[in-house]
Design a protein around this ligand. Structure first.
Ligand code: IMP
Ligand code: MG
Length: 183
C-alpha cells in the first residue's frame, strides 16, 4: 500500500525516498569539493543557510564537504500554508562582515524565485566577492527568474511537497522522505 501521512487538514503521499535524496546530495557535495578545493583556513567559504527549511539539507550536505567553511544563517519568508504570498519578510537579517567573502546560499527549494532574488540583492549590497545558489530542490515550471541556480540536487514538478526540512504550516520538517500533497 502507498505510504501516506496527514499534517493539519491535508494528506500527503510518498514522493522521494530518503535514499534518493541522499544520493543527490552526494553528487552536489562532490561538485562543491571540486569547485572549492582552493579554500583555505584563512579564506573559508561561507555557507549561508536559509532558515528554517534548509536546516536538514545544510546538515546533510556539510557532513560531506571537506574544505574549510563557516556556517551562517538568515531567514526570509514568503509562504503561508501552501501558497507563496509573493511578499518577502526578513525575519533574521544577514550576518555582518560578509565583505569580500565567497558565499554559498543553501536553500531548501526554489519555487517562484522571489526569495533567492532578494538574497542575491542583499549579498551584493553586503559587497561579497561572489555568491552561488545551492538548492536541494527547484520547480523549473515555476522558476522564471534570471538568477543562476548553480547547484541543484533535484528538480520536481509544480506540486506542494513536505519533508526533509520542508513544512506545511510548520509541520513535516522532521520527515526523512519527501511527500507530495495528495489531491
Ligand atoms: P520562492 O520565493 O517562491 O522561490 O519560495 C521559496 C520558499 O517557499 C522556500 O524556501 C520554501 O520555504 C517555500 N516553498 C516553496 N515551495 C514549497 C513546497 O512545495 N513546500 C514547502 N515549502 C515550499
Ligand atoms: Mg525556505
Amino acid at each position: 500500500m502507498e505510504k501516506k501521512i496527514r499534517l493539519h487538514d491535508k494528506t500527503f503521499k510518498m514522493f522521494i525516498p530518503n535514499q534518493d535524496i541522499e544520493k543527490a546530495i552526494d553528487a552536489v557535495a562532490e561538485r562543491l569539493n571540486r569547485d572549492y578545493a582552493d579554500a583555505t583556513d584563512e579564506d573559508p567559504v561561507v555557507f549561508l543557510c536559509t532558515l528554517n527549511g534548509a536546516i536538514i539539507y545544510a546538515a546533510e550536505l556539510l557532513k560531506r564537504v571537506t574544505f574549510p567553511l563557516e556556517l551562517k544563517a538568515c531567514k526570509l519568508s514568503s509562504y503561508v500554508g501552501t501558497q507563496s504570498t509573493g511578499y518577502i519578510r526578513t525575519e533574521v537579517p544577514l550576518p555582518s562582515h560578509l565583505e569580500g567573502r565567497r558565499v554559498i546560499i543553501i536553500e531548501d527549494i526554489v519555487d517562484t524565485g522571489g526569495t533567492i532574488v532578494v538574497m542575491k540583492d542583499l549579498l551584493e549590497a553586503a559587497h561579497v566577492k561572489d555568491s552561488k545558489v545551492c538548492t536541494l530542490l527547484v520547480k523549473p515550471d515555476v522558476y522564471k527568474k534570471d538568477v543562476k541556480l548553480d547547484y541543484v540536487a533535484m528538480e520536481i514538478p509544480n506540486r506542494f511537497i513536505v519533508g526533509f526540512g520542508l513544512d506545511y504550516d510548520e509541520l513535516g520538517r522532521n520527515i526523512k522522505d519527501i511527500y507530495v500533497l495528495d489531491e
